[in-house]
Design a protein around this ligand. Structure first.
Ligand SMILES: [Zn+2]
Length: 55
């Protein structure tokens, strides 16, 4: 559990009995941190591509 009481895996509020294995995390659960990671990676990628143009 994270400091704000949300689950580090699925990002939802942790209630009693909230648990899941790594295998469960994929498709059917929304995964905000996965999405954020993807966005950050995309921004970094595009940033480096942009820097490449000017160097
Ligand atoms: Zn969870």
């Amino acid at each position: 559990m994270q400091d704000d009481g949300t689950c580090p895996v699925c990002g939802e509020q942790v209630i009693e009995g909230h648990a899941h294995s790594d295998a469960e995390t994929a498709a059917d659960e929304k995964a905000p941190w996965h999405f954020k990671l993807m966005v950050v990676a995309l921004v970094l990628y595009l940033g480096f591509r942009l820097v490449d143009v000017f160097i």
